[in-house]
Design a protein around this ligand. Structure first.
Ligand code: ADP
Length: 503
């Protein structure tokens, strides 16, 4: 079938049985060497959907590389597919039957003669087994080696490595907890409150805050059970719990020649339920010397893991600007555009180049920060009804524009949002010479941006841009939730509701 100029192939006939393809045995050495030759890819398969699929298509096209998208039947009208050279249907809407099916993605790469696979974020992007299967099947994985991913992706081994190279970490247990009594002893040493966390954790699961010994004992048990069910790995550890922190993360990138740089940091303190809503770069008000140290320590960490590709080293920062590493995300992040806007470096292009064996295009001394960038995640959710995800037809989609305004979105008028996936339908990014100008530009852009009838987070972002805590950067990771709670309390007490906001 042909649509929008793209060649479409349908693999859904495999929906009952997994495709039987050749075993993932190691390739002969000569063949493996050929894959790792320093040559640019001809065709990249994108194992993802939506805005990040479009982002990768754009970067690949700018390098003269063809693209293949895999898609589920729920995404068959996905606007991003029109921009790909080929599209391969890999199964029904639910992601365990499509975007998470490794054998179908590999089959799609084989029939489309792709030579590399970009995993985007989410789905299989942090799955070391997937990275290994790609490599062993002869496709370059656009990301780290499975070994580096496993080392930095496991929070316990990552923390050990960080301690060795001097990246600041939380005080806490060195290893996964074997013995509860040992954990209780450590908790008393570092002082309550502490947090129990899953070694394989993600998405805020497997975490328990404990304010006393009884809560700690119960928390270890329940976190272990939750982690075992969610990740198939019940290992947990404890660390100091920081009450009023800010989220500070460092963008890093390494190549296969042992080079690693940082592209400075982002502040992502505007969160709801541990999900980021607004991100900005640089992080406002941080002491330049401390910032330099923590950014350099993040680059040292990925260098020590012989890491190639983009990685984000996440930290919490306390009121005295002490930093504590949370985890490393071994993939491109949703919020990478704010870093691109202040450094001028195309991170996805750089990912593709280093995966093909090219050295990083920049040295640390070349990387400079210019101005300030802010990103608002545009989620199809109804903030007035518990952030309920919104599926359905977008009848109006009027995009903002102007100096310093960037919109990364796969949505448009006539696009029907499927109910199966993440609710994010785009990212609005602005750049300006100062934070104040960036905020002013964001307000104008949000006012211009009209999406309907589906409800989105646009009105919430518009309110947050006026919030004094955001405007003065006197925030922490809980300020959005505090604001939402006080709004709910106001409504419940019958106080005059806030002025209605247009969607
Ligand atoms: P996940 O991988 O599940 O996202 P993280 O380690 O990144 O887990 O933590 C998610 C969030 O949980 C953080 O952004 C922060 O809000 C909270 N958190 C995690 N560890 C701590 C800590 N030691 N002190 C305070 N808050 C924490």
């Amino acid at each position: 079938m042909r649509a929008g100029g793209a060649l479409h192939v349908d693999l859904t006939w495999t929906s009952r049985e997994p495709l039987s393809i050749r075993p993932f045995s190691k390739l002969p050495a000569a063949c493996a060497a050929a894959i790792h030759r320093k040559r640019m890819f001809k065709r990249i398969l994108i194992a993802n959907r939506g805005e990040i699929a479009l982002r990768v298509i754009r970067a690949a096209k700018s390098l003269g590389i063809e693209t293949v998208c895999v898609y589920s039947t729920a995404d068959k009208a996905g606007p991003w597919l029109e921009h790909a050279d080929q599209a391969v249907c890999i199964g029904p809407g639910p992601s365990p039957q499509s975007y998470l099916r490794i054998e179908r993605i590999i089959a799609a790469a084989e029939i489309s003669h792709a030579d590399a696979i970009h995993p985007g974020y989410g789905f299989l992007s942090e799955n070391a087994h997937f990275a290994e299967v790609c490599r062993d099947s002869g496709f370059e994985f656009i990301g780290p080696s499975p070994e580096a991913m496993a080392l930095l992706g496991d929070k316990v081994s990552c923390k050990k490595m960080a301690r060795k190279v001097g990246t600041p970490v939380f005080p806490g247990t060195e290893d996964a907890i074997e013995d509860i009594e040992e954990a209780v002893k450590v908790a008393h040493e570092i002082g309550f409150p502490v947090i129990v966390k899953a070694a394989a954790g993600g998405g805020g699961r497997g975490m328990r805050v404990a304010r006393d010994e009884a809560q700690l004992r119960a928390g270890i048990e329940s976190a272990r059970q939750e982690a075992a069910a969610a990740f198939g790995n019940g290992s947990v550890y404890i660390e100091k719990f920081l009450e009023n922190a800010r989220h500070f993360e460092v963008q890093t990138i390494g190549d296969k020649h042992g080079n690693a740089v940082h592209l400075f940091e982002r502040d992502c303190s505007s969160q709801r339920r541990h999900q980021k809503l607004i991100e900005e770069a640089p992080s406002p008000g941080v002491d330049p010397e401390k910032r330099k140290q923590v950014c350099e320590s993040a680059a040292a960490l990925i260098a020590s893991a012989k890491y190639s590709g983009a990685a984000t080293v996440e930290f919490l920062m306390d009121a005295k600007q002490n930093f504590y590493m949370l985890e490393v995300n071994t993939r491109v992040q949703v919020e990478h555009p704010v870093t691109e806007m202040i450094t001028g470096i195309d991170i996805v292009r750089e990912q593709i180049m280093v995966a093909s064996g090219k050295p990083l295009s920049v040295k640390q001394s070349d990387i400079k920060v210019s101005g300030h960038a802010i990103e608002c995640r545009i989620n199809a959710e109804d903030p007035d009804r518990g952030f309920m995800p919104q599926a359905g037809l977008i009848e109006t989609f009027a995009a903002p524009g102007g100096l310093g305004v960037r919109l990364d979105s796969h949505a448009r008028t006539g696009y029907r949002i499927p109910p199966n996936y993440d609710s994010m339908i785009g990212k609005l990014i602005v750049h300006g010479p100062t934070r104040e100008i960036a905020i002013a530009r964001m307000k104008v852009a949000l006012d211009e941006f009209k999406i309907g009838p589906v409800k989105t987070t646009i009105p919430l972002h518009r309110k947050l841009m006026d919030n004094p805590d955001f405007a003065n950067a006197t925030f922490d990771i809980h300020y959005v939730e505090r604001l939402l709670k006080s709004q709910e309390a106001e409504k419940a007490s019958g106080a005059a509701p806030a002025a209605p906001v247009k969607a």
